[in-house]
Structure formats: C-alpha cells, structure tokens
Design a protein around this ligand. Structure first.
Ligand SMILES: Nc1nc2c(c(=O)[nH]1)N[C@H]1C(S)=C(S)[C@@H](COP(=O)(O)O)O[C@H]1N2
Ligand SMILES: [Mo]
Length: 263
C-alpha cells in the first residue's frame, strides 16, 4: 500500500457546534415542502410524491406522519449525546430476505466495477484522497446487527460489516472539526450527515452484508451504515465523500425530509 499521511487523532476537547448545525437546518425548514409537512396539511398524493413510496394503507400513512413529527427530537438528543448507542440484536432476528429500497426499481440498481472503483474523499481533508476497494478491505473491520428504519413505514434487522467510519476519516486525514460529511452515490443519490454522527462508533463504512461482499442491491461496493439514522441517510453505492462546513442537503432532504433523520 502507498504511504499515508499521519493519522489525525480526534481532539478530545472538541465539542460540535450544535447551535450552528441547527441554524442551518432551520434555514432549510423554510422551504415550502418542509413547512407543509410541519403543518401536516399535505395531501396523500403530495406525500406519495415526496416519499416516492406507495402509501396505500392508512397504516403506512400514519407511520410516516408519526415518524416525521417524532424523529426531530430523537435526532437532536443524539446530536447532543453522540455516545448514545443504537440497540443491537441476536442473529436469529435478522430479516431474510432483507428488503431492498431505492428511488428506482431493483432492476435499475447501478453496476459498479470493483476493479476501477475508487472512493474519493475531498473537501477538508489533508491525507489520502483515493481509496481502492482492496485498501478499504485491508483496514480493521467490525460487524453490527442493527435495525434499519425506513420512513416509508417498514423496518428490518440486518447484519453489516466494514470499517468504523471514524477510523476511516482519521486515516484519510479529515478535519474532524468540520460540520458536515456529504455522501455522493453512483446512482446520483446524495445525502449528508453532521460530524458527531460521522464519528459515532456505530457509523460504519460498510463492505459486507451478512458475511458476504455487499451485494449490488444493498449498495455495492460501499455504503454508510448508521443505525442512529433513518434509512434514507444510509447512502448506498458511495463513490465520493466531502468533508465540508457548507450545508450539503440531500436528495430526499431537499424534497422535504428532515435533515437530521434520526431513527
Ligand atoms: N444510493 C442510494 N442510497 C440509498 C437510497 C437510494 O435510492 N440510492 N435509498 C435509501 C433508502 S430510502 C433506504 S430505506 C435504504 C434501503 O437500503 P436497502 O436496499 O439496503 O434496504 O437505502 C437508502 N440509501
Ligand atoms: Mo427509506
């Protein structure tokens, strides 16, 4: 492997600038779609449009509305206590098969070539900016059995393996005092997270699902797994990561989904 910049250690005295992160999120809340959601006066058609999902039963509509109004508080609690852990589960509770979801059908899943794949990391980064799959695989790996919660009204327990994201950010020489990490995907999906979430011990740069190479439908070659965040924050097929102080938004977030997206 090529030589790397020295690993940048997290600064133990650093406290996230929660006030400015929340201020950015409030600015985003001024968009009409977000205001409508806040007032709960969106029509069923409007919700379907925003969520891209089939809200055919009262139950799924209800679940979605409940989630929408509840997750803001949960997420903020997490923001202020980045050490809080999401629950883990026994293997017997893993959903088989694990559900697939994306803003398109399963036959449109992007086909990423493992040999030419490079994970690019840019923005406020002092170290290595291009990572091959083999390089990512050679970093220390961890496993988690956690619950994935989709805002569309379903949840499922799965098992994901990969590199602790904070380890990766340290090795890439990321500025851990930056406010945001943006995730850009091979299918043009994108989302972003606050730095405390990026450094959360359960936030994982995921390379495997249930012990096997991450299959295309679940995000090959790489996804970010965050049991503390709703499904749409768990970006699949990530090709580029940007460390930044500019609020990056996201595919669903820019259409009205809550930016914190805590689960
Ligand atoms: N690149 C990309 N990532 C994505 C999505 C997507 O459409 N494209 N959908 C999100 C949503 S809404 C969900 S619920 C999960 C589904 O992940 P799964 O297919 O592994 O269950 O992926 C998330 N990450
Ligand atoms: Mo989702």
């Amino acid at each position: 492997m090529r030589s790397r910049q020295p690993v940048r250690k997290p600064d133990p005295t650093y406290r996230p600038d929660a006030a400015s992160i929340i201020q950015d999120a409030h600015r985003e809340l001024k968009s009409p779609a977000r205001r409508l959601l806040g007032k709960r006066i969106l029509t069923l058609g409007g919700l379907v449009l925003l969520s891209g999902c089939d809200l055919t039963s009262d139950k799924s509509v209800d679940a979605m509305l409940r989630k929408m109004s509840a997750f803001n508080d949960d997420a903020q609690a997490l923001l202020f206590d980045p050490r809080k852990l999401a629950p883990t589960y026994p293997e017997s509770m893993i959903a088989r098969p694990f559900p697939f979801n994306a803003f398109y059908d399963i036959d449109q899943v992007p086909d990423v070539d493992a040999r030419t794949y490079r994970l690019e990391i840019g923005g406020l980064v002092g170290g290595k900016r291009n990572w091959t799959l083999d390089e990512l695989r050679s970093l220390p790996q961890q496993d988690q059995i956690t619950r994935h919660i989709c805002i569309e009204g379903w949840s499922a327990i799965g098992r994901w393996g990969g590199v602790r994201f904070s380890d990766f950010l340290a090795r890439a020489g990321a500025d851990m005092r930056a406010k945001y990490v943006a995730l850009h995907c091979a299918d043009n999906y994108w989302t972003s997270i606050d730095m405390p979430t990026a450094l959360h011990p359960q936030t994982q740069l995921t390379l495997t699902y249930d012990g096997d190479v991450l299959p295309p439908k679940y995000g090959f070659p790489m996804k970010l797994r965050m049991p503390t965040k709703l499904g749409y924050k768990n970006a699949k097929h990530i090709v580029a990561i940007t460390v930044t102080n500019e609020f990056p938004g996201g595919y669903w977030e820019n259409q009205g989904y809550n930016w914190f997206g805590g689960s």
